[in-house]
Ligand binder design. Structure first.
Ligand code: ADP
Ligand code: MG
Length: 615
């Protein structure tokens, strides 16, 4: 009973119309025609007002409400004493709006379920004792315990213990991951079997889970593009409907003929199909760990002709291998590594991770530096006992006035190289290699089959490495040695648009923001990147790019198909009813059938089965 009351209250207008119909039917059949008609007329007309009000606010906010046809139909039906037809149009219209609300609601409820899974408490270790505190009170460096079955309160590193963790709410990855000492835990993941001790690496507010909530919030707040899609069709459609209805009236001399046409022209599918398809598409994407921030991003991705890829960490896996360390000017190999790691410990770059790991393996003691600065796309700089220490690209060392031997500036082998310089001397360099991701080749092939015309490779790495990766993957358009600003220009000036850019996020923020669609892969990268991206793919899996593209295309195909089918069926009905052989109330009922069919078609965008089949 409570449910029914809630339903009626939530969808008042729709319920009122249905109740009016249910009350007037028995009245009519017991001979009380006038009473039935009065109820129908009052309810129908009173529901026109909220409709008109919505229309006014719509027009003010810049979108043209196509509801005007429906409002005309209701008023005309009452004036022409077609009360049954009037109430059916009202039911159809308010029912449609309720459905739209419901779809909106579902997007919001996804957000709510995220919020309700947000970690709230933590078992902090303070003076060797366990104290329970709010997750929001955890500071960087705090030690806490996560027991089995509990959520990890903030991002952090395991200091003792081992357990498996379910990260599915973060990355969409359903297989639990075993993590032990020194490994990173993400807030919001669930500890599945044994207790672990963790040192927090960021506050709750800056942790992964809150970042995701922020992303989803911004996604839920945007739904602009579908209005545009429907707008494109709605104005001509409205004009045509009035033209047909007006001419039939003029030719026959009967106002009822006008109504017969207008009633079947009420373009509910036009209003509903697109938003329903969009919301369904976005939520199916999120089930695969793909967070789409705006509907218009999904639309641009559906139309993308070109995809540009960052190399390191995107086409290649985020784990680099150290191949060789070479020293110069009397320095030792271990010094090269020590200096490099002393700076890299403050960087998020994939190169940094590899260097730090190597230094740890060699058990090197790092040196203390001052005034550390990371120069995006170039490397790091700091001062060591009054001398400048730099780690990064050849050009960064040149900037510091360090001369490199010619064969180092233009190396022959396809190898990522990081140089280390102290004061005006070259200390040495580290050769690293990265492996192309196992899924990369297939992903590019799938994207090509699905309709992407061009692939670009834009990287800060050197020409040789870029070309070897490019040729292995069949990418011809290669831009190498690019700074973040150059990447932006390369993507911005590329002629065949829209261009999507896919990057791991490190040093990619400007180009992610500037591309028609910026896609950040593996949201473990910097949060700055996920803020400038239009889409964030949580799992560290390149094939989800193809999934995102496929979902975008599929969603828009369904949206367009639903709109066109709705219009097509309405036009056919208009022509049929223009003949004057059918009562308006049948028209209203038939139109309702069209709506339901179209809306159910739009809901097809909710599945993800087709994605797993194609990718
Ligand atoms: P990509 O476009 O391939 O992802 P980036 O723009 O992140 O590369 O970096 C470009 C180049 O700048 C790297 O190949 C490296 O030589 C240098 N570099 C950038 N950041 C760092 C860092 N933290 N440590 C060492 N080298 C770096
Ligand atoms: Mg990169």
């Amino acid at each position: 009973m409570k449910k029914i009351v809630n339903f009626i209250w939530q969808w008042k207008l729709f319920s009122l119309a249905v109740i009016a119909l249910l009350v007037s039917l028995p009245l009519y059949f017991t001979g009380l025609h006038t009473a039935a008609y009065i109820i129908l007329a009052i309810v129908s007309l009173s529901e026109v007002f909220p409709l008109l009000w919505d229309m006014v606010t719509d027009i003010r906010s810049g979108s043209y409400g196509v509801d005007i046809l429906a409002a005309t139909a209701i008023v005309a039906a009452v004036l022409l004493r077609q009360y049954w037809a009037a109430i059916v149009v009202v039911i159809m219209l308010t029912g449609g709006k309720s459905l739209e609300d419901y779809a909106d609601h579902r997007a919001l409820s996804e957000l709510n379920s995220l919020l309700s899974h947000a970690p709230t408490t933590a078992h902090l270790i303070k003076n060797k004792k366990q104290v329970d505190v709010k997750a929001s009170e955890i500071k960087v460096g705090d030690i806490f315990i996560v027991k089995p079955g509990e959520l990890v309160p903030t991002d952090g590193v395991i200091t003792s213990g081992q357990s498996s963790f379910d990260e599915s709410s973060l990355t969409g990855e359903s297989i639990p991951l075993v993590k032990s000492e020194k490994e990173l835990l993400l807030s919001g993941s669930i500890n599945l079997d044994s207790p672990v001790t963790v040192r927090s690496s960021s506050s709750a507010k800056d942790s992964q889970y809150q970042q995701i909530i922020k992303l989803v919030e911004s996604a839920a707040a945007s739904k602009a593009p579908f209005v545009r899609l429907a707008d494109k069709y709605s104005i001509p459609f409205t004009l045509i409907a009035y033209a047909i209805a007006g001419s039939v009236w003029a030719l026959s001399g009967h106002a009822i003929r006008f109504l017969e046409v207008i009633i079947v022209a009420t373009p509910c599918p036009l209003l509903l199909a697109a938003p329903i398809a969009l919301i369904s598409g976005m939520s199916s994407a999120s089930r695969l760990g793909i967070i789409v921030r705006t509907g218009s991003a999904l639309e641009r991705l559906a139309q993308a002709k070109t995809i540009a890829f960052d190399k390191t960490g995107t086409l290649t896996s985020a784990k680099l291998k150290i191949d060789k360390v070479t020293s110069f000017n009397g320095f030792k190999n271990n010094e090269v590594l020590t200096y490099a790691a002393s700076l890299e410990q403050f960087s998020n770059h994939v190169i940094a991770k590899a260097v730090i790991a190597e230094a740890q393996k060699e058990k090197l003691k790092l040196v203390k530096v001052k005034g550390l600065k990371e120069i995006a796309g170039l490397g790091l700089k700091a001062s060591l006992k009054g001398q400048t220490l730099v780690v990064g690209r050849a050009s960064l060392l040149s900037q510091e006035g360090i001369k490199l031997p010619e064969d180092l500036v233009h190396p022959k082998q396809a190898n990522t190289i990081v140089y280390v310089g102290l004061a005006d001397k070259l200390v040495g360099y580290i050769n690293l290699s990265d492996q192309i991701r196992p899924e990369a080749k297939k992903t590019l092939q799938t994207l090509k089959n699905l309709g992407i015309k061009h692939f670009l490779l834009v990287t800060g790495d050197n020409r040789q490495v870029a070309e070897s990766v490019g040729s292995e993957l069949g990418i011809e358009d290669i831009s190498s040695d690019e700074l973040p600003a150059d990447k932006l220009k390369t993507v911005e000036k590329y002629p065949d648009r829209p261009v999507a850019f896919v990057g791991d996020g490190v040093n990619d923020s400007p180009v992610l923001a500037a591309a028609d669609v910026g896609i950040a892969l593996g949201a473990r990268g910097s949060t700055a990147a996920s803020e400038s991206a239009d889409m964030v793919i949580m799992p560290d899996d390149l094939s989800r790019v193809a999934a995102a593209y496929l979902i975008a295309k599929h969603t828009f195909k369904i949206a367009r198909q639903s709109i066109l089918a709705g219009i097509g069926l309405s036009v056919i009905l208009m022509v049929v009813f223009a003949s004057g052989h059918f009562l308006p109330v049948y028209g209203a009922v038939l139109q309702e059938v069209v709506d339901v069919v179209v809306i159910f078609n739009a809901l097809r965008a909710h599945t993800t089965k087709y994605v797993s089949e194609a990718i």
